[in-house]
Ligand binder design. Structure first.
Ligand code: GDP
Length: 428
């Protein structure tokens, strides 16, 4: 199996980083193809605990080459800060193991500021942005008001282009938001402090990937967020501003002809959602509090408490469909170990009509969950490494999930560390 995409099936935070870290044993290259520093992929292995934001999770495995593709929001400041953080902890980040696409657009200093300003303007109608500048970045990219990383190799033109963009953006900042304008000095400082530092890592990663593939190298595509946050297929407007689905992986990587042999969809054993938007199976009160604590459900990037809820089979089946997932990894099954009865949302009631199909976003506000309660196992499963040794209630929970969504479960994660994994019916 040559190429694999690891994607989130729900709202994100399913444990993609943890699964990428595990799978890198069998892959040569890891590519991030969309999103930016708003990701928070937590990885725990023999090197320690890391919350990776823009760096691909393969950076923690010696010998793996990591690529930031043309589809990412390349924030030089965040990236350089993150590179310094991981190198200070003994992880090598060099032009040999990190390659940045020359066609990636740069997230510019005003993008974060504009993101904050717009969320403030929206007030109680805010989208729940992480305020990392992602929406303004992708909007500008679509308007072609963008600077490509490769332009850094043409310093005079780069600066001229940057100043043109600054003049244009200052109009929005000063006239719409009443803010102070950016100045040439501010941008010169930004270029020196960050852009110059990442320059040695920039190259034609598309060509690199295409050649590597011809040589038989195995490529892992690492997504950020999940199906329900995808720009086209998610719950608009509570989506991110890029395509998080597997179909975008070849395009955002610079390898548009890449074939995905596997699409591993990551499904958390229950649901979580950071920020705003409809969340049909949401739980409240004490039960929610207990689940949040048991799963340590606080954002890796923002520290915000995540909203928690029951496993939502309607949303999950939809997520699997739009990802065209070929297999599933269920993560955090251990977190459910203290629940006598485990709630599962099996259908929605939309205006009194029962449906198992995920509705149009506007209909979600009227959707009510139809619940079932499966038996819990009430014992610690974090030390179990074999399917046969899982309590029968835990096996039932997993088989119920896979039957309901029509996709095989191949991995079950029972803890955050690399080795806390159970392989189920796995053909290697
Ligand atoms: P990602 O953005 O999809 O990579 O997910 P996050 O890193 O935001 O959230 C997943 C969190 O769950 C991280 O803190 C992981 O260390 C943790 N985690 C992943 N798998 C498991 C698991 O099977 N059990 C437990 N208890 N924690 C896990």
């Amino acid at each position: 199996m040559k190429n694999c995409a690891v994607v989130g099936i729900n709202w994100g935070d399913e444990g993609k980083g943890r699964m990428v870290d595990l799978l890198t044993e069998d892959y040569d290259i890891v590519v991030r193809y969309q999103g930016g520093g708003n990701a928070g992929h937590t990885v725990i292995n023999e090197k320690g605990k890391f919350a990776l934001h823009l760096l691909p999770s393969g950076i923690l495995r010696d010998g793996v080459i990591n690529v930031l593709g043309n589809g990412v929001a390349l924030d030089p400041e965040n990236l350089w800060t993150e590179m310094e953080q991981v190198t200070s902890r003994g992880v090598a980040v060099t032009p040999e193991n990190l390659k940045i696409s020359d066609r990636a657009s740069l997230l510019l200093p005003w993008h974060r500021r504009l993101d904050e300003l717009e969320e403030m303007r929206l007030a109680d109608k805010k989208y729940g942005s992480t305020k990392q500048g992602i929406a303004p970045f992708y909007s500008d990219k679509a308007q072609k008001k963008t600077l490509l990383a490769g332009e850094l190799f043409y310093p005079e033109e780069f600066r001229e282009h940057l100043l043109e963009l600054m003049e244009w953006k200052n109009l929005t900042l000063t006239r719409i938001y009443g803010e102070k304008p950016y100045t040439e000095t501010m941008l010169d400082e930004w270029m020196d402090a960050y852009c110059e530092k990442i320059k040695p890592f920039i190259c034609d990663t598309g060509m690199y990937l295409r050649e590597a593939s011809e040589q038989g190298k195995k490529i892992l595509f690492e997504a950020q967020l999940g199906s329900l946050r995808d720009l086209d297929y998610g719950i608009c407007p509570y989506t991110t501003s890029s395509n998080a689905i597997a179909a975008y992986a070849p395009i955002g990587s610079g390898f548009p002809g890449a074939r995905l042999d596997r699409v591993l969809g990551i499904v958390k054993a229950y649901s979580t959602c950071v920020g705003e938007g409809p969340f049909v199976s949401e739980m409240f009160g004490e039960a929610a509090e207990r689940l949040r604590e048991a799963g340590a459900e606080y954002g890796a990037k923002t520290g915000r408490p995540r909203r928690v809820g029951a496993l939502d089979l309607v949303a999950t089946a939809y997520g699997i469909e739009v990802q065209a997932a070929t297999e599933i990894a269920v993560t955090k099954l251990d977190v459910l170990s203290n629940m006598e009865k485990i709630p599962v949302c099996t259908a929605y009631l939309v205006n009194g009509k029962k449906t198992s199909r995920f509705p149009f976003p506007a209909a979600l506000k009227d959707a009510e969950p139809v619940m079932e309660y499966l038996d819990g196992w009430m014992c610690d499963i974090s030390g179990i490494r074999k399917w046969e040794q899982l309590p029968k209630e835990a096996q039932n929970y997993v088989t119920y999930l896979e039957k309901s969504v029509g996709c095989p479960v191949t991995y079950i994660s029972v803890g955050p560390e690399r080795d806390c994994i159970i392989l189920k019916d796995k053909e290697k």
